[in-house]
Design a protein around this ligand. Structure first.
Ligand SMILES: Nc1ncnc2c1ncn2[C@@H]1O[C@H](COP(=O)(O)OP(=O)(O)OP(=O)(O)O)[C@@H](O)[C@H]1O
Length: 120
């Protein structure tokens, strides 16, 4: 069942990407928000550094959400019954995404306001 070469590893990673975008609600929402944010950064003609910051934060948050989803599913494989230990693992994992999403939101707002204030 192991990947035999790099092509196979990439193929499996793309399958994970497709699965996440198709079945994980939070990934779908975050991917949609990222798409909007990237579109606005292009429309408002952000400079290269700001565009890179926006792209990087979108990537960091979405990637963290993929990890979070993987951890949630791994926990569900262990048990679907209520377990205080599973609750802590899932809550900690969700907190990691939450912290990154908050920092991304604040950074994104600061960058957007800089360009919006130039328009006004
Ligand atoms: N087996 C369990 N035992 C105890 N609590 C659980 C269990 N499964 C889920 N939970 C609780 O429900 C929350 C949501 O878990 P779930 O696996 O449904 O993820 P989700 O709906 O994708 O949520 P998230 O928004 O955190 O990604 C967890 O953070 C945890 O508090």
């Amino acid at each position: 069942m192991r990947n035999r070469n790099l092509i196979e590893s990439i193929t499996k990673a793309v399958e994970g990407l497709e699965f996440g975008l198709k079945y994980e609600r939070n990934i779908k929402i975050q991917a949609f928000i990222a798409l909007l944010v990237v579109l606005f950064s292009l429309i408002l003609n952000f400079d290269l550094t700001d565009k890179l910051l926006i792209f990087m934060w979108c990537g960091v948050v979405i990637s963290a959400e993929f990890f979070n989803s993987a951890i949630e599913r791994a926990m569900d494989v262990l048990s679907e019954e209520y377990s205080p230990k599973i609750k802590i693992v899932k809550d900690l994992s969700a907190s990691a995404v939450f912290i990154l999403a908050l920092i991304a939101l604040v950074s994104g707002l600061l960058i957007f306001f800089k360009y919006l204030s130039r328009l006004i």
